[in-house]
Design a protein around this ligand. Structure first.
Ligand code: ADQ
Length: 494
């Protein structure tokens, strides 16, 4: 079996305390790659002066060799805080209003991708499969190809791919789209994301669509498919079961004093819809005043990206909002919202999911959302809790038996909370068991295996001429001759 080389912005080297990282990318890949071994390269998380970037820091843990690189302070500011988190993240989450595009940040993004390519190059062996992750590293394959790498290279996007009107608002969209055509396999969370991507390609005439998943450009074929990411379903279910025996679990039960637990678990991020959720919870308590003193919302929200101003402002806003609801509705012996700003260890989290009667997973936009899946896996078969899930989370494409809501509709969500808390046992069990079947069939190991099988598969055939290609889905199908998609747009931006 070919060696696997993974590249992601951050690399989750297990720490001694065993604390789980807050990012879903880290959580999913850690589970999936432990068994395979190989090389994992990424940023160390440290920044240094311009002339102080040292050699790669190599570390072997079991079968996995980790290779970490420092970045300069300027790199971090332009590539990570700048283009990745203040342009790509908001745009892919449909927040054009929050995107702060600047040429300096864009050039830094392409420069750092070129730097990652130069760090990776000496470590690559001829048969390695290379799997690159997420929006930080979109141009990496194009950079590697430019430096002569012919290995199979795959890319998985963990966040949504937006509709063309949104993506094309980004000045540098064509260079990013073109650089994606340098991969062999492109993975998206949902069919919807893949179709948005295909529509973007088609509108810019960057590739011809051969069939549902194959595209041709410049005489080569690449595939783009949905690979919905899963969790370690059985392991997480077992973890939740064990957690129910711990002292923490018992203390928490005691502190609830018979009240029903509603849970929300999210990184502090504007895409997660936390303020709309608290509004909906407040509206539920106001419209259903008999529920006051009978329920508690536990919102667990570790801070993230605090260096980005929107996140800092949001941190203050959510704390104030929770404080206001508690002040207005709370009593001397009842706090409606318990708001916690830190990351919990996975066993503690699993136990809390299991204790909860209801989970509020209401992102305004989310690639997948693993919290939704973890909550379902953690439930008790004989008396499962209810998952209330946003239609705009990728997970809603699979977990159709959840109570699906539009998180922008605060009153509708409030009523869905009431319905969920009153749901009869039989209905809860039916919904849960259908969702659990889905989660068992598509866990994180299947996700990983399926992607890698496609990546390892030899290309079936060369590109057919565009004139015999299958038209793309939309009326904008194009059959004009292919453009030179592998020209050198990256150099233009560096
Ligand atoms: P994230 O935006 O980070 O991931 P999500 O899928 O919800 O979002 O993953 C969060 C992970 O972090 C879960 O495993 C969760 O348990 C963990 N986590 C969250 N809060 C925690 C806390 N307080 N303590 C401990 N752990 C916590 C991105 C995309 C998602 C996509 C994932 C995976 O934005 O849409 O599902 O990648 O592809």
């Amino acid at each position: 079996m070919a060696r696997l080389v993974v590249v992601s912005n951050r690399v989750p080297i297990p720490d001694k305390s065993g604390t789980a990282p807050a990012g879903g990318l880290a959580v999913a890949l850690q589970s999936a790659l432990e068994a395979r071994g190989g090389l994992w390269l990424g940023w160390s998380g440290r920044s240094c002066a311009d002339d102080a970037v040292g050699p790669l820091q190599m570390q072997k843990e079991g079968n996995i060799e980790y290779a970490l690189t420092d970045l300069t302070e300027r790199d971090v500011e332009e590539y990570y805080q700048g283009f990745a988190n203040r342009v790509l993240w908001p745009i892919c989450h449909y927040r054009l209003d929050l995107a702060e595009y600047g040429r300096r940040e864009m050039a830094g993004y392409f420069r750092v991708n070129r730097f990652f390519a130069s760090r990776l190059l000496p470590l690559i062996e001829p048969d390695d499969l290379i799997w690159i992750h997420d929006y930080h590293l979109i141009p990496l394959a194009a950079e590697l190809r430019r430096q002569g790498v012919t290995n199979r290279i795959g890319f998985f996007l963990h966040i949504p791919w937006p509709a063309p009107d949104v993506f094309h608002a980004m000045p540098v969209h064509e260079a990013l789209l073109t650089s994606l055509t340098a991969y062999d396999v492109l993975g998206f969370q949902t069919e919807h994301d893949r179709e948005n991507f295909a529509d973007c390609l088609s509108r810019r005439d960057l590739a011809a669509r051969l069939d549902a998943s194959r595209f041709a450009t410049d005489g080569r074929v690449f595939t783009a498919r949905p690979y919905p990411i899963g969790i370690e379903t059985e392991e997480f279910a077992a973890l939740a079961k064990r957690a129910a025996q711990t002292a923490l679990h018992k203390r928490m039960l005691q502190s609830l004093d018979g009240k029903q637990l509603i849970i929300g678990v999210d990184r502090l991020d504007y895409s997660k819809g936390i303020t709309q959720r608290i509004d909906a919870f407040e509206s539920f308590l106001t419209r259903h005043s008999d529920s006051q003193r009978k329920v508690t919302l536990l919102q667990i929200t570790p801070k993230s990206r605090s260096e980005v101003p929107e996140y800092e402002a949001m941190q203050r806003a959510v704390a104030e909002q929770a404080g206001r609801v508690n002040g207005a509705l709370g009593t001397v012996d009842w706090v409606p919202i318990r708001y916690i700003n830190r990351s919990l260890r996975r066993p503690a989290l699993a136990g809390l999911y299991r204790m909860a009667k209801l989970a509020l997973v209401t992102p305004l936009r989310d690639g997948m959302n693993l919290v939704a899946k973890e909550f379902v896996a953690a439930q008790r078969e004989e008396d499962p809790g209810v998952l209330l899930l946003s239609r705009f989370a990728g997970a809603a494409q699979e977990l159709k038996e959840a109570v699906l809501v539009n998180p922008y509709d605060v009153e509708g969500t409030a009523e869905a909370i009431a319905r969920s808390l009153a749901m009869p046992l039989e209905e809860r069990r039916e919904r849960w068991s259908a969702m659990m079947t889905t989660l068992r069939a598509n866990d994180v190991f299947t996700w990983c295996d399926t992607f890698l099988e496609d990546l390892a598969a030899k290309p079936v055939q060369k590109a057919r001429p565009a004139s015999v290609s299958t038209p793309v889905r939309t009326s904008e199908a194009r059959t004009q001759p292919l453009r030179k998609a592998m020209s050198t747009p990256v150099a233009r931006w560096s």
